[in-house]
Each structure stands twice: as C-alpha cells, then as structure tokens.
Design a protein around this ligand. Structure first.
Ligand code: 5RP
Length: 237
C-alpha cells in the first residue's frame, strides 16, 4: 500500500469522530488534506460543523469543499483538531511543521479539547529527531537567532521557497530547519528553544496530542491513545 492510501485511511478514520454541531480545527499537509476532503463530503451531505483552518492552504481547500469557516473571535474553544505530523513517538510527542504551518497548528491545537494526529506508519518512530525540527523565527536579526539555535547543538538550514528565495510562513516569518541528534529529552529541547528571543514557535508538540491514528501497509489502522490513570498520563496502543 502506498503512503497516500495509508494517509487516507488514517484521516478518514479520524473523521468518524466528527459529529454534528462540533467546532473542528483543520490541519495542514497531505494527510490532513484527506480529512478535509472527507469532512467536505459529509458537509455536502448535511453535516453541520464550524471549522477553523491552520493555514491559508487548508482555508482555501475548506472553502472549495464548502466547509463553513468561523472567524476566530467567534469560537471560544474547538472540540477537536485533526492534523498530521512529520514524526510521532510512543508518548505522542510530535515533530510538526514540515508544511510550514506549525505556529497556527500549535495555537489551534492548544485551544482544542482533543488533538487527533493522523499519519502513515513511516511517521511513527521510537525517538524523534531524524526529521529536521522546523522552528519559526522572526526575519529581524535572524542570523543572531540562527547562531543561538546552533548553540543548542543542531545544524540549521533556513528553508527556501520552491521557486527560490526564502520561504515565508503564513505569518511572514522564516523557518529554520534544525537537525539535532536523535532526541533523548524533547521536553528539554523544547524548553531551551522557547527561551531564544526571535523564536516565535517550534515544531515540538509535547503533551498536546490525545490520540494518533496511524495508517498501516496492510490497510489497518493502529491507534495510540493518551489516557489519564491515577493522575498520570499513560499511552495505550
Ligand atoms: C504542516 C505539518 C504537517 O502536519 C506535517 O508536515 C505532516 O504533513 P504530511 O501529512 O504532508 O506528511 O506539520 O506544518
């Protein structure tokens, strides 16, 4: 089974949780694409939801599919966001931002009751870090910000746009793709990144995802679920 089928299976499985009246966050990327398409299909058959998009690209797709989008100020909290990931581990720690939308994705996830991650099985790893960590940085004095990132022990590439020149996010910022060693303590790296002025946000999502739905080669889905047990978060798969 090719990656796209695995992505579609995972995304469409997640959409089964979408119910009438919900407020839904629409993720970004080639896996979230399938979720948006399926939600669009359901909306055309009568499902009533309100949605918020995590990028201009997903907003355009939602409009094309007839999914009603709400202005942010009219939504207090989202019931669920369905989004992709570049890597996820067994504790539902994620690297996101391969598509450059990590800031809006993180804001949207933070204001959601549930963050459901959809991915093909190639994204599931035992340790994060093979995928370069996207970090959104302010263009002003970005060379200094890059120096500070390098001091954390990674190599850094400023992302380029497909047609040449710098890549700019939907928020007018740059993306520094940071190649670390495989991470023992993603939480520690996340904390250190957040202390650097000029870093707007980073693509480590720690303690945010509630569930992952992973599309597998054999056409099945594998679930990883965060649950609270005796005051601790445990991860069942
Ligand atoms: C965009 C993201 C995406 O969710 C991530 O890059 C995964 O994308 P895809 O589903 O295309 O592999 O974080 O900023």
């Amino acid at each position: 089974m090719v990656d796209n089928n695995m992505k579609q299976i995972a995304a469409e499985h997640a959409v089964k949780y979408v119910q009438d009246g919900m407020k839904i966050g629409l993720g970004t990327g080639s896996t979230a694409y399938f979720a948006i398409m399926k939600i669009g299909e359901l909306v055309q058959s009568g499902l009533r939801i309100q949605a918020v998009a995590t990028s201009k690209a997903s907003e355009r797709l939602a409009i094309e599919q007839g999914i009603p989008l709400s202005p942010i100020e009219q939504v207090r909290r989202l019931d669920m966001t369905i989004d992709g990931a570049d890597e996820l581990d067994g504790q539902l720690r994620l690297i996101k931002g391969g598509g450059g939308a990590l800031l809006r994705e993180k804001i949207t996830a933070f204001h959601s009751e549930r963050l459901v991650i959809v991915a093909d099985e190639s994204k599931s790893v035992s340790r994060l870090g093979a995928f370069p960590l996207p970090v959104e940085i302010i263009p002003f004095a970005y060379e200094w910000t890059v120096e500070a990132l390098i001091e954390l022990g990674c190599s850094v590439r400023i992302r380029r746009a497909e047609g040449g020149g710098s890549y700019f996010t939907d928020n007018g910022n740059l993306i520094a793709d940071c190649q670390f060693e495989l991470m023992d303590e993603p939480e520690e790296i996340a904390a250190r990144l957040s202390r650097i002025p000029g870093v707007v946000e980073h693509g480590l999502f720690v303690g945010m995802a509630d569930q992952a739905i992973i599309g597998c080669h054999d056409g099945t889905v594998r679930m990883v679920q965060a649950r609270e047990r005796s005051g601790k978060i445990v991860f069942d798969s």
